[in-house]
Design a protein around this ligand. Sequence first.
Ligand SMILES: [Zn+2]
Length: 325
Amino acid sequence: MKEKLRYETEVRASSAFRSIESDIRRGEFSHAYFILSEDKDAIDTLFSLIAMRAYCDTACGECKECRKILLRSKPDVKYLAEGTENFSVKEMSDVIEDAGLTSFEGGKKLYFFKNFECVSEASQNKFLKTLEEPFPGVHFIMSASSSATVLPTVLSRVKQVVLSAFSEESVKNGLLADGVEPSRAERGARLSQGSFTRARAFASDEDFARHASEAVELLLGLKSSADVHTYLKSPLFSKERFLETIGMIELILTDVVRSHLSLPISLVERKQDVEAIADMYSATAAGEALDLCLKCRARLKANCVGANVADYLMLKLVEVKYKCR
Ligand SMILES: [Zn+2]
């Protein structure tokens, strides 16, 4: 039986896969790639497809080689930095030492870094020499959600590939094929901004409706800086939910902008709420508030204290609302 690879059809059709596939076909498989994408679900699938293609002409998913990859039992293919913890210099030294050894099965050796943003600067520096003088038959495939976390000296030594956003239709089809119920698949795709990871979160979020209500209530209730303390302890800003909350606020604000421009909104079931918020936030104010969300995302990712970020977010929301009247 064929192992199931999530969103396979869609990722196989991506320009990122096709460009690397074509390199392999022409015998020009680069010693190192950097794939820019925030979509970690799609990256998982892309990595499996690249690995299968490295050992099988069609990445068929059914032959002995492909099956070993799908079962993650091929000793010459390694998956690194899969978690969000720091990838240390010691770990990098081990990888470099391992890469210098002959392969177990006599073929290519592949190393996939899923969250290269977690590879420390010191580890990246350690890695430079290997990228400069690559071992024959050894390939490094790195991915990160932002290239800002990757040293320019690393980027200049690798082939850069972008995994572009998927169309809403592709995302929906991918979710359906993965067994997601049609109305949820539709909602997930609509809110996905072309990312399977976001789509899956929105499609599977049991609390989606409640979360949307709470975010709407926050935006409507936040009238002056005196209201900030009321919401500081809200579960919206708990460690587990804060990033999702920002995503939800972004969705609502994007709809506010669209509503001002008389464009169709995505949260159709909350049209009245969106209009009420649009009465409070001009298009310019909503635009500035969206920039503010990006800043808060960055602060959270840089491990700033949640309560401080929440305080900053709410004070600034009040500020842009009045400034842009
Ligand atoms: Zn195969």
